[in-house]
Design a protein around this ligand. Structure first.
Ligand SMILES: CC(C)(COP(=O)(O)OP(=O)(O)OC[C@H]1O[C@@H](n2cnc3c(N)ncnc32)[C@H](O)[C@@H]1OP(=O)(O)O)[C@@H](O)C(=O)NCCC(=O)NCCS
Length: 232
């Protein structure tokens, strides 16, 4: 439980340790139907297990039965809990999902499975600002793939924290990155008029093929990362 306003609790879930059916009792009929609409079993599991674990943790933090948790969404689909200060955000990719909670600071989290160099070559110029792209291309070849996914998750975590998601193009943000510690340097003020102060952190989820990051709207958050090993 995030015990004070500076504490951020991050949970990492290995999805293949879970089954959809185990989490069924915590899901509403429409949450279950949404998960089952995916054709591939791995996608069904990603959707059902993420929602189930999210509800189990919220239930614990709010001391409410999971079935009484009511979600709201902003206009871009960012979920929140009606009339509660508790903040959360989730992300999933490949075999992992990451869930982050804070008592009151808005936050965004992102995890990405590191993909091929071809994907990096296709995306880098599109998602990096011109200044970021120049710095990125100056990195040694061997460092670029890992670094690209670190930058990508940092930028997406800010956009998820703000709540716009990718309705705002990631190149509208300018961040510092390796070898400097990550920082949000600027944002396009036309698209994000009042970005505020965000603290950025790359997260290690304990698997070399994944990059992850969190953005918290707070000056000095204390971030605790744990692996979720509870089953229903
Ligand atoms: C949010 C978004 C960036 C997620 O991208 P992604 O890399 O595919 O997915 P992630 O795994 O990182 O995150 C998905 C989770 O983020 C949360 N989320 C959804 N929209 C969000 C938003 N705008 N901001 C923050 N979080 C959001 C949800 O909990 C979602 O999990 P769920 O689908 O299991 O409920 C992308 O879906 C997006 O840009 N959405 C907004 C675009 C828009 O304008 N939507 C309008 C229709 S509602």
């Amino acid at each position: 439980m995030p015990t004070n306003p500076e504490s951020i609790q991050v949970w990492v879930v290995c999805l293949s340790d879970h089954t959809c059916e185990a989490w069924r009792p915590l899901l509403t009929d429409s949450e279950w139907a949404k998960a089952m609409r995916f054709r591939m079993p791995a996608d069904q599991r990603r959707c059902a297990v993420t929602r189930g674990v999210l509800k189990a943790l919220l239930s614990r933090y709010l001391d409410l039965p999971a079935t009484e948790i009511v979600f709201t969404e902003n206009q871009f689909g960012k979920p929140a809990i009606a009339s509660q200060a508790l903040q959360f955000n989730v992300s999933h990719s490949g075999d992992y999902c990451v869930l982050a909670f804070a008592q009151e600071s808005p936050l965004g989290v992102d995890v990405e499975q590191i993909r091929s160099q071809r994907v990096v070559d296709e995306l880098a110029q599109r998602v990096l600002s011109p200044a970021e792209y120049a710095r990125f291309m100056a990195l040694p070849d061997a460092d670029r793939k890992q670094t690209f996914f670190e930058i990508w998750t940092l930028k997406e975590s800010v956009l998820k924290g703000i709540g716009s998601g990718l309705s705002v193009a990631p190149e509208c943000l300018e961040i510092s990155f390796f070898p400097d510690s990550p920082k949000l340097l600027s944002a396009d003020t036309e698209l994000i008029p009042d970005v505020g102060e965000w603290t950025l952190h790359s997260l290690s989820i304990g698997h070399p093929e994944y990059a992850a990051a969190i953005a918290v709207k707070q000056k000095a958050p204390s971030i605790k990362v744990e692996h979720y090993r509870y089953y229903v």
